[in-house]
Write a protein that binds this ligand. Structure first.
Ligand code: SF4
Length: 461
């Protein structure tokens, strides 16, 4: 995940608009936030750990003046949560200075890092974003050509916003794994991970960038180049449809809330349950639960109340509190007592949260707990920027549905079929990455990366 944003608007307060853009994209990453502005070509960046509202104050925003800006909100694994990895990053190279914000994950970082280090380039962090920035900063060709040449070299998932020489550039990998959209605010141009950022700013969503496309926005307007040949129909991450993107965003012209309701409707048809009420694991399971209730005729009811203020920065509770575990996040309503309930969630990764929710509902007096999941079982890890655990941590990777049900302690368990999911998106199968559900990856995965994440497979072989 990660949210990226860019704006070229010489007559506006670009830092403030970036702040609001990032605020709309906060769900894509809560660990750090940053904004870089260019004022007559001079770059200033402010980035720090925390939420957008924690990093920026009125005073700090006032200090960020310029005509062009990019912003980033970051999500990362715990191990790499530190300031040096916060974005946008600024890289000084032999050809230029660039600021870059990246969403995705490169699969050939190791090889490119070695190449850069061998050439005497100094790298400060372990992030793949720095590698992209370093390649562009040292390339002596004109900026657009340098960016296009870098797109040819890097592999994996990348949607990026780049600021250099007073220009805003956006580009997307040839599979288009992570989203990136172009927007317009009167005569000014914007880029954002999701269209919900344009809505907040009163801007119009013009279109999504095509896989392999690069756009250049400067005082002459917006130009587009097909920098890299797109791969087949593209491979947008299907989890953007299931869970990652905000329900009020549109991807491929489809509003995601509607797609998620259809997933729930289809799930009810594929895996009905005899129950008194349907509830969601809030908030991400809510649209599918609404769809399930609608299609099954079983009333939708709130059963789990979520504390929306539990973030990654949550102070670790002491031992006694920790034993309540999941209660810091969810608490059941007394209303579930004596009822047979259907609980709808969008996905199950490790299974520990679902197991605790099931136990909590039984403790609250539920008679039966039927778990319904609006995606197929996750059986393989993601190499494209989602911290989904190694294969041996994925509860469904080596277990049958019945074995998972037993582990969760649920009365029944059913997942949405792959066909059902696909139909709910109303877009063709060929245009999606579904690798964590099918084990079929849209790009090559180097052996060292595979070995690190596919320990389960390695142990079985
Ligand atoms: S492997 Fe799964 S989570 Fe990763 S990009 Fe593909 S569909 Fe998305």
């Amino acid at each position: 995940m990660c949210g990226i944003f860019g704006i070229h608007a010489p007559e506006r307060d670009v830092a403030r608009l970036s702040y609001f853009g990032l605020f709309a994209l906060q769900h894509r990453g809560q660990e750090s936030a940053g904004i870089a502005v260019a004022d007559s070509g001079r770059l200033t960046v402010l980035r720090d750990m925390g939420l957008v509202t924690q990093v920026f104050s009125e005073q700090k925003l006032r200090g960020l003046r310029g005509q062009v800006a990019i912003g980033h909100s970051r999500y990362s694994t715990t191990g790499s949560t530190h300031w040096a990895n916060a974005q946008p990053i600024v890289q000084h190279g032999s050809a230029r200075t660039v600021a870059l914000g990246h969403n995705g994950n490169l699969t050939n970082t190791g090889e490119l890092r070695e190449e850069l280090l061998d050439d005497g380039v100094r790298l400060r962090s372990t992030s793949d974003t720095e590698v992209i920035a370093a390649l562009i900063a040292r390339d002596g060709r004109p900026l657009e050509e340098a960016a296009a040449a870098t797109m040819e070299k890097i592999e994996g998932a990348f949607s990026a916003v780049l600021l250099s020489e007073g220009k805003l550039i956006g580009f997307r990998d040839p599979n288009g794994i992570r989203p990136l959209a172009l927007g317009r605010l009167d005569d000014d141009w914007l880029l954002a991970s999701e269209t919900c950022a344009f809505d907040l700013l009163g801007a119009e969503a013009v279109r999504e960038l095509q896989p392999g496309e690069l756009v250049i926005i400067d005082d002459d307007g917006c130009r587009s180049v097909q920098a890299v040949e797109p791969a087949n129909g593209g491979a947008l991450c299907i989890f953007e449809f299931i869970y990652f993107a905000r329900p009020d965003s549109k991807l491929r012209g489809v509003e995601l809330h509607g797609a998620r309701v259809r997933m729930g409707e289809r799930l009810a048809a594929e895996a009905p349950a005899e129950a008194d009420s349907v509830m969601a694991v809030p908030d991400s399971g809510t649209p599918a639960a609404i769809g399930f209730a609608r299609a099954s005729g079983i009333p939708f009811a709130e059963g789990l109340i979520k504390n929306r203020y539990v973030g990654r920065t949550f102070i670790q509770p002491d031992q006694a509190l920790r034993e309540h575990g999941i209660k810091s996040k969810f608490n059941p309503l007394a209303d579930v007592a004596g009822k047979r309930v259907v609980v709808v969630d969008d996905s199950i990764v490790r299974g520990s949260t679902t197991r605790q929710i099931v136990a909590m509902l039984f403790e609250a007096g539920a008679l039966e707990v039927h778990v319904r999941v609006s995606s197929p079982p996750i059986v393989s890890p993601c190499f494209y920027g989602i911290d989904m655990a190694d294969e041996d941590d994925l509860v469904a990777a080596s277990r049958s549905v019945e074995e998972v049900r037993e582990l969760l302690g649920a009365t029944s368990l059913a997942y949405l079929s792959l066909e059902g999911l696909q139909e709910a998106t109303e877009r063709p199968e060929s245009s999606f990455c579904r690798a964590c559900l099918t084990r079929s990856y849209p790009t090559g995965i180097p052996d060292d990366l595979k070995l690190a994440k596919l320990r389960f497979e390695a142990a079985r072989a």
